[in-house]
Design a protein around this ligand. Structure first.
Ligand SMILES: *[C@@H]1O[C@H](CO)[C@@H](O)[C@H](O)[C@H]1NC(C)=O
Ligand SMILES: *[C@@H]1O[C@H](CO)[C@@H](O)[C@H](O)[C@H]1NC(C)=O
Ligand SMILES: *[C@@H]1O[C@H](CO)[C@@H](O)[C@H](O)[C@H]1NC(C)=O
Ligand SMILES: *[C@@H]1O[C@H](CO)[C@@H](O)[C@H](O)[C@H]1NC(C)=O
Ligand SMILES: *[C@@H]1O[C@H](CO)[C@@H](O)[C@H](O)[C@H]1NC(C)=O
Ligand SMILES: *[C@@H]1O[C@H](CO)[C@@H](O)[C@H](O)[C@H]1NC(C)=O
Ligand SMILES: *[C@@H]1O[C@H](CO)[C@@H](O)[C@H](O)[C@H]1NC(C)=O
Ligand SMILES: *[C@@H]1O[C@H](CO)[C@@H](O)[C@H](O)[C@H]1NC(C)=O
Ligand SMILES: *[C@@H]1O[C@H](CO)[C@@H](O)[C@H](O)[C@H]1NC(C)=O
Ligand SMILES: *[C@@H]1O[C@H](CO)[C@@H](O)[C@H](O)[C@H]1NC(C)=O
Length: 490
């Protein structure tokens, strides 16, 4: 079954790029979650259907970028065994987005036994063969990023950002909003009987365009999953209208040409994309595949920021579950290219592609109203950098944010030295690191005292036979910013 599916994907991958004579050196992929439970109660989780969707999309990326014979195969990427230096995967520390990334990665690097039994089994000195559990399941490292870490801004720059919240809320004061709100009163009230059982939709007055996404989401999810819900009587045509209204409300919340603060999350995302692509370049192609899992609001804001809506009105619409956008770093000319370009500025280009849900084709679209489907790396940087937020300090001041790491930057006055673009070790989104080094110096005394206390404790526990588990404190830390602003967009 799996092999048939994989073979079909391979054929699709081959067809899609039959004419290309170019070499891909690295990609940055941003993915939305698949099907999930409703967002209304704030406990949304990926469903088995959703996991399958993210898995399928991951498989299609495998077919395009990893499989031998694909014209878009990333140069020298490991086809079967995951190689940690080649792949960087990250998601905010929220179950639904961590699982989204995991399901995608299961498709990208499936269990080895089905791929290559030879690679899957290791022969021990006594002659016994050993294979990892679940048919050689591969453990691709995934970096979860807690909300109060400076690195959280690259995927979720809207959380903990008062300037964004204010700008988004001002949509409700626009004539566009008020007109639509008035025009759709009757339409929304008509759905009151459908949502009557939802505890906080107490009166028909609650039903309005101001709640466009929430109402669409409750009804859409109930139609798919809840056998006893009256939402099952909502017609396709009605759902389409609910969706289209939600499209406009969410786009309005996340982009306004004359109010950049509405798209702060797209600006930080742009900074993250620049950093990751640059890491592929500065490592001369060692980092090959970056995966980020995030929210639909970042898609919409980026569609506006990068002028995609100016080219195709479909970009005003919410991306379907498991949608992905990808930035492809490639050199044109030789299909025979076998090494990283010696002059990246002259030889490398960037292409943007979008895949709507699981069924949409992965298609290229011109960025920045350029009219062409790829740009030379320096031109891409010239266009994206002015639209991007590339340092933590810039985010802190743009947002007027009061989160801890912003206060720390203020105290040490090290904002001016915060690094921009890339750098750092490994494949991570580590723009922020230099910016917080100053803060760390200030906190150094505290840290030394803390370290001593830890050592003493460690020795005592060790003496008592307990194992030291320093990681727990960090791992369990609750996200301050998610607590204050919920999980926008997910
Ligand atoms: C290809 O990748 C392998 C590791 O998977 C590495 O040892 C080798 O040097 C790489 N070759 C080139 C040309 O980059
Ligand atoms: C162990 O695996 C190797 C390679 O796949 C194979 O040639 C060999 O027959 C296996 N040995 C046993 C005892 O299964
Ligand atoms: C071979 O060694 C492994 C690891 O020590 C052990 O689990 C396994 O039972 C051994 N196999 C045989 C046939 O002794
Ligand atoms: C966009 O922002 C401007 C102010 O910069 C405001 O006048 C206008 O109403 C906004 N439009 C929408 C649809 O929010
Ligand atoms: C419904 O209206 C009541 C009263 O205005 C309000 O307290 C409640 O938060 C509203 N519920 C929703 C989902 O908007
Ligand atoms: C399914 O719909 C029924 C009827 O509206 C409701 O009482 C129930 O809470 C819903 N179940 C879920 C899991 O939302
Ligand atoms: C492209 O997007 C930028 C950033 O939002 C905006 O300033 C500019 O007006 C847009 N251009 C077009 C043609 O829409
Ligand atoms: C993606 O699909 C949705 C629903 O099918 C549609 O509303 C939206 O416009 C599509 N987006 C793009 C960029 O095609
Ligand atoms: C940082 O300093 C600026 C300017 O003095 C101030 O407006 C802002 O509130 C400060 N931020 C924090 C988090 O303390
Ligand atoms: C890429 O990284 C290098 C080295 O850290 C840096 O000098 C350069 O400015 C970065 N370029 C971009 C576009 O971020």
């Amino acid at each position: 079954m799996l092999t048939g599916f994989t073979a079909a994907l391979l054929v699709l991958g081959l067809l899609a790029g039959a004419v290309a004579a170019e070499t891909v050196h690295g990609v940055v992929v941003f993915s939305r979650h698949g099907d999930r439970t409703t967002k209304h109660y704030g406990a949304q989780a990926l469903t088995s259907l959703g996991a399958t969707q993210n898995f399928q999309v991951g498989s299609s990326y495998r077919a395009r970028y990893l499989t031998a014979g694909s014209p878009h195969r990333i140069l020298n990427i490991s086809e079967f065994s995951y190689v940690s230096s080649q792949v960087y995967a990250t998601a905010p520390s929220q179950g639904i987005l961590l699982n989204t990334a995991t399901a995608f990665l299961q498709g990208l690097y499936p269990p080895l036994v089905g791929l290559d039994p030879q690679v899957a089994s290791q022969t021990l000195n006594n002659g016994t063969n050993s294979t990892s559990p679940l048919n050689g399941y591969q453990y691709v490292t995934l970096q979860g990023i807690v909300g109060n870490s400076p690195d959280a801004i690259w995927i979720k720059g809207d959380d903990g950002c008062p300037a964004y919240t204010q700008a988004g809320d001002s949509f409700k004061q626009s004539t566009e909003f008020m007109t639509r709100n008035a025009e759709t009163r009757g339409f929304y009230r008509g759905f009151f009987p459908v949502l009557q059982s939802v505890h906080d939709y107490k009166s028909a007055d609650n039903m309005s365009y101001a709640k466009a996404y929430d109402i669409f989401d409750l009804i859409n999810v109930a139609r798919i999953h809840n056998a006893t819900s009256p939402a099952r009587s909502v017609t396709d045509e009605q759902l389409f209208q609910l969706r289209t209204l939600a499209d406009s409300a969410e786009f309005g919340d996340n982009y306004n040409r004359t109010q950049p603060a509405r798209s702060i999350h797209a600006e930080t995302f742009a900074g993250g994309v620049l950093a990751q692509l640059n890491k592929t370049i500065t490592s001369r192609g060692q980092l090959k595949f970056s995966l980020l899992a995030g929210s639909y609001d970042t898609f919409l804001a980026f569609f506006g920021l990068a002028n995609l809506t100016a080219v195709d009105p479909d970009f005003f619409g919410l991306p379907d579950y498991a949608s992905t956008m990808v930035f492809e770093l490639f050199s044109s000319d030789s299909a025979s290219a076998s090494s990283f370009p010696t002059d990246p500025d002259a030889e490398l280009r960037v292409r943007f592609l979008f895949k709507n849900g699981t069924d949409g084709a992965l298609a290229a679209h011109p960025l920045f109203d350029s009219g062409v489907d790829s740009l030379a790396w320096p031109d891409f940087v010239d266009q994206l950098q002015p639209r991007a937020i590339t340092t933590t300090a810039e985010w802190c001041s743009t947002c007027q944010s009061q989160v801890d790491f912003c206060a720390a930057l203020n105290q040490t006055d090290s904002g001016a030295t915060a690094s921009s673009g890339g750098g750092g070790s490994g494949g991570g989104l580590s723009n922020a690191v230099a910016g917080v080094i100053g803060a760390m110096v200030t906190l150094g005394v505290v840290a030394i005292v803390g370290a001593l206390a830890f050592l003493l404790l460690w020795k005592r526990r060790f003496a008592l036979g307990a194992t030291p588990d320093a990681g727990v404190a960090n791992g369990e830390k609750r996200s301050l910013r998610s607590a204050s602003h919920g999980s926008g967009g997910v």
